[in-house]
Ligand binder design. Structure first.
Ligand code: MTE
Ligand code: CO
Length: 420
């Protein structure tokens, strides 16, 4: 039977046409008569595709080739001690794909053969121990989703709007599922002496990154992770093992972890004295500012992802997080803070992980000042940049959790601005 003589199919087509006309001018989906993409057979339909083993380790579609980490070349003088940024405006949900996690290295990527890698624990312990990777994998393990935010995320924005895109203003963050051994288990194996109060974590890379961590935190929820999103850690993220320090500044998450030392006081390393401290207006510096405070950003639309569909239904989407735990609420404004609307959090709301929020509304084509404001379960409210500066001054680089503003013009073009 020819399909056009089939009454059921014909009435369906008619209904489809009417349906298309009804939503034209709405969220899209208007019927275009004679569209060859519908009436012609396309190549991907006509010819067989590649077979199963053509891509033994899969990668994204060729049409997604623009979705990559990017750096800002003028920020640093050399790529071995530099940073690139997660393309937040291209992502959805809460998990960052492994290949898109921003990278921050102080001495390049260490390429370590796991068979040659050792984790040593020494200092104020009952017995100093050295673990191989095989040893580590014999301890009970856990799986946890956490965000990692560099303390310098949004650092370029302290003195005013600077970089045009959430990839650059907020992209020093990622959120992946870690598999590993609770740090507590390893510390208990070595037996921490009663005078032991601090832990030094040291990396095996050329920068030998070292940070002091209070023992309380080490025992609470830190992990020695060997897995990331279900597979081995990527070299960029510290293969074969990294320290996971949930909710605390990214610098403490030592990659290529090779040594843990127990002591009775902090070591005052470079990364906790001249770096990762916040110089206040009175000349004193805030130190040991570990927790990454409650923060959020609208990822779409944003400068790298303008509105191209004109007025009508618009999905505003973004990310919120807090080093204290879960996000309780996210508010969105389209008029620079005069009116706030509660956004919808969708997907898992896990402590110290990214939360995805949406606010859907009907854009009338007028100018917008988009902002989001997150509130965490401890009641902390994300401050405006002005509120932050009134307390901390403008010398700071680190720990900027101020509210971000995107200005949307009538054509849907978007810019990073600040409202005073
Ligand atoms: N660990 C080592 N060994 N070497 C480093 O350069 N950089 C730190 C931290 N751990 C670093 C390190 C900084 S500043 C950050 S923000 C995070 O790793 C970045 O982790 P990522 O590269 O997985 O994004
Ligand atoms: Co960092």
């Amino acid at each position: 039977m020819k399909s056009d003589t089939n009454p059921t199919r014909r009435s369906f087509l008619r209904a489809g046409l009417a349906g298309g006309a009804a939503i034209a001018g709405g969220a899209g989906g208007a019927f275009a008569a004679g569209d060859p993409l519908i009436t012609e057979i396309q190549d991907w339909n006509r010819y067989l595709g590649e077979g199963v083993d053509a891509r033994p380790y899969g990668s994204p579609s060729q049409f997604e080739a623009h979705v990559v980490r990017k750096n800002v070349p003028w920020l640093t003088s050399d790529a071995v001690s530099s940073v690139n940024f997660t393309p937040l405006h291209e992502l959805d949900g809460i998990v960052t794909p492994s290949g898109l996690c921003f990278e921050r290295h102080h001495g390049g990527i260490a390429e370590i053969d796991p068979a040659q890698h050792r984790l040593m624990i020494n200092g104020m312990v009952e017995k100093a121990l050295v673990f191989t990777m095989a040893d580590l994998k014999r301890f009970p393990r856990e799986n946890k989703l956490y965000f990692l935010e560099c303390a310098a995320n949004s650092g370029m924005e302290w003195r005013g709007a600077q970089l045009n895109g959430c990839q650059y203003t907020h992209g020093m963050i990622h959120c992946v599922m870690y598999t590993g051994v609770p740090l507590r288990t390893i510390l208990e194996e070595a037996g921490v002496k009663p005078e032991g109060k601090w832990l030094l974590a040291e990396g095996a890379d050329a920068s030998a990154m070292t940070r002091s961590i209070p023992l309380e935190k080490a025992m609470e929820d830190c992990m020695v992770a060997f897995g990331m999103n279900g597979e081995a850690l990527r070299p960029e993220q510290g293969y074969p093992i990294r320290l996971v320090v949930p909710g605390w500044e990214g610098n403490m998450w030592v990659k290529w972890l090779r040594r843990l030392e127990i002591g009775d006081e902090p070591w005052h390393q470079r990364e906790e004295t001249s770096k990762y401290t916040d110089l206040l207006p009175n000349g004193k510096a805030r130190r040991f500012t570990y927790v990454m405070d409650v923060k959020s950003v609208i990822t779409n639309p944003s400068p790298q992802a303008p509105i191209t569909h004109g007025k009508g239904p618009l999905v505003i989407s973004g990310l919120a997080w807090s080093g204290n735990g879960r996000i309780k609420r996210v508010d969105v404004t389209t008029d620079g803070g005069r009116n706030w609307h509660t956004a919808r959090i969708d997907g898992p709301a896990l402590p110290k992980a990214l939360h995805r929020f949406y606010y859907e509304f009907d854009w009338d084509g007028s100018e917008l000042f988009l902002q989001s404001r997150a509130i965490d379960e401890d009641g902390f409210v994300q401050p405006t940049k002005d509120e932050l500066r009134s307390v901390r001054g403008s010398n700071s680089i680190y720990h900027n959790n101020g509210i971000q503003t995107w200005y949307v013009n009538k054509d849907g073009g978007i810019e990073n601005v600040e409202i005073f």
